[in-house]
Design a protein around this ligand. Sequence first.
Ligand code: PLP
Length: 372
Amino acid sequence: MSNQEPYLLTPGPLTTSRETKEAMLRDWGSRDAAFIDINRQVRAQLVDMAGGGDAFTCVPLQGSGTFAVEAMLATFLPHDGKLLILINGAYGHRMVTICDYLGREYLTYETPEDTPPDAAEVETLLKDDPAITHVAVIHCETTSGILNPVGEIAEAVARQGKRLLVDSMSAFGALEIDVAVLPCEALAASSNKCIEGAPGMGFVICRTDALEAAKGNAHSLSLDLHNQWAAMEGNAQWRFTPPTHVVAAFHQALAEHAAEGGVAGRGGRYRRNCDVLIEGMKALGFVPLLPETLQAPIIITFHMPVDPAFVFQDFYDRLAEKGYVIYPGKLTVADSFRVGCIGRIDETVMRGALTAMRETLAEMKVKDCGPA
Ligand SMILES: *Cc1c(COP(=O)(O)O)cnc(C)c1O
């Protein structure tokens, strides 16, 4: 592996196609008619992907995914609103930090990292605290790779007449989310996860009427989605310098997503990657954190082996040298590491990674990959 870039088996940024990278080999003027057309197509394709019809719009935003989540909370939560935050990992905790910065009221409902929130419990919390106006949920909590039951949560929230905000960052484009049937006010995602674009742009897909009603809520000019949207609707341009290369690459990535069969095709490939990975890792003796029923085909958390010969940094470095970059864990429930199965990679790459792991374990003289 000397002259080929390593495969990124991480939560993002991810391995992208050559064509997606090549789309960045051109400088676009922000007022260039061709760029404006690309931008218009990207927004429309994202609304379609979410199943949003005329009632929905897409607001792209410069920055990483967190910028989009922060902009979503800042824009949709009124100053006298109150957010119920469902937490089972780092991204739920990040929403708490965001609300602290924003000075918005919130209540948290936290479950362990290997436990999804319970929709009935959400409903009870909403009944008990009528001040709550919105609920925020993470679709796939990338901290563990758990799939949260957004459909059930959405129904519970709608039954109580509250509004739902979804962080679908690591799921959107690979796991079905249809806003036409799943009641939701807004969902946030980014360019560099399951749609396999370059990093640098987030986006929020939301109900246009809710966005119109959100005028004046945001504390920050740059993160005001209403202002970003109103300006873009007005002259089809971004308010401030657009990440032109990232948008162009994303446009190419969206074409590849459609060619692969959309969400079903993309999700199917990730599912096969996930199955090959879990089966191969189990054969090596590793133990996944989550039962299959809770595991999203996005990123898989494995327990850290107890064998003293297994030193994670050494394992990581040796794998990277062989062309595969994995990811440390950030769980509190267990010492762990993660292997992603998203990005421009297929079963052959996953098998290559498994072979590299087998060789690395032999080099390190690891005998037992089981946890404590
Ligand atoms: C990646 C991710 C984010 C955003 O992270 P950034 O590092 O800001 O791109 C937010 N939520 C979830 C669930 C994610 O996986």
